[in-house]
Design a protein around this ligand. Structure first.
Ligand code: DX5
Ligand code: ZN
Length: 331
């Protein structure tokens, strides 16, 4: 296990997925150690079959061999013609997210289904020349939309700004069914010059390859710079100057007796929003057990209050009756 610097993880909104395509492919374990040690949020693994793209890199066996070297999530980008044929191998290899291309010939739904059935994030990638509308038939099955801003196959190419400008809003729209956890990824030509614009387009995850392997540049600093610039772009590009809500911040929405807290938690989680239930330090109930706090991701707090506020208020009233009933019994 390498010494990963957890403090280096993204604290704002933007997340970096370091691509090791431009690393020393003769020592991939070292490349993984370098990017995770530099604080990347994810390791982006560019799988190429020499058929879908004119380049050949590595496959599931290599990913499986790299898996034990880090706990940082593996984000596989399959630039291969038959992802469906091999998908179980990539899931078995330990990929946390698997994104493949909408331009392939074989059927897409079964592969998306297989990825989600394995509890991983399923994504579709779109080449610069492919209209985003190609993803529409599959939108409901997507956790990730990956917008390619270079022609797939090689690192170090020029960022296609107009491609991202044309597709970012539509990509977010395709993920509207995912109240939490839907991610727009951008891949290709992201560096300290292009990160701010990409952030201003609402991108969540920034794939960065060659910009991290520039001789003489500190990789950790580059990752932190790119995240910071992306968050700046988001703040002043589409968030009216307000800083982004940190992606992993959780915020309390109420406190309830345990059995009632469980009910509200179940209702919210049924909509795909994660909830944390913590024994609070609030009031002690007549049964001697304190209320429990419920927390949700801060970036969906407003939605949760709108969608579940009435249930919360009903349960708060029910809690009052429950306490009164217990006290009456205790005399
Ligand atoms: C290209 C790959 C990208 C590439 C990004 O086909 O999908 O992930 O490695 O590299 P840079 O950041 O150098 O464009
Ligand atoms: Zn990629």
């Amino acid at each position: 296990m390498t010494s990963e610097n957890p403090t280096g993880r993204g604290t704002g909104r933007a997340r970096v997925a370091a691509s090791i395509l431009d690393a020393d492919l003769g020592n991939l374990a070292h490349a993984v150690r370098r990017v995770t040690g530099a604080g990347t949020d994810r390791v982006h693994l560019d799988v190429m079959d020499g058929h879908f793209v004119p380049n050949l890199t590595f496959g599931a066996k290599t990913i499986k061999a790299l898996r034990p070297r880090t706990r940082v999530p593996f984000d596989a980008h399959l630039m291969i013609s038959e992802p469906g044929r091999y998908i179980e191998e990539y899931l078995d290899a330990g990929c946390d997210s698997v994104t493949f291309h909408v331009e392939i010939e074989e059927p897409i739904p079964p592969t998306l289904k297989a990825i989600r059935a394995a509890g991983r994030a399923a994504g579709l990638a779109v080449k610069p020349g492919t209209p985003l509308s190609a993803l529409e038939p599959y939108a409901e099955s997507l956790d990730i939309v990956l917008i390619m801003t270079v022609e797939p196959g090689f690192g170090g190419q020029e960022f296609m700004k107009d491609v991202l400008a044309a597709k970012a809003a539509g990509a977010r729209e395709l993920l509207r069914h995912k109240l939490h956890g839907g991610e727009v990824h951008v891949d290709g030509g992201i560096n300290r010059e292009t990160a701010e614009f990409a952030g201003s387009q609402g991108v969540d995850v920034f794939v960065v390859g060659s910009a991290l392997f520039v001789r003489g540049r500190d990789m950790g600093r580059e990752i932190r710079l790119i995240r910071a610039l992306a968050d700046e772009g988001y703040q002043y590009g589409i968030n009216d100057g307000k800083p982004p809500i940190p992606r992993d911040r959780m915020t309390p929405i109420t406190s309830l007796p345990k059995h009632l807290a469980h009910r509200l938690m179940a209702e919210i989680e049924a909509t795909g929003i994660p909830v944390i239930m913590l024994r609070g330090d609030g009031q002690i109930n007549p049964d001697g057990v304190r209320d429990y706090d419920l927390l949700v991701p801060a970036n969906v707090e407003a939605h949760v209050n709108r969608a579940h506020g009435a249930s919360r208020d009903r349960l708060l009233a029910e809690a009052e009756d429950w306490r009164a009933g217990l006290l009456a019994k205790q005399g």
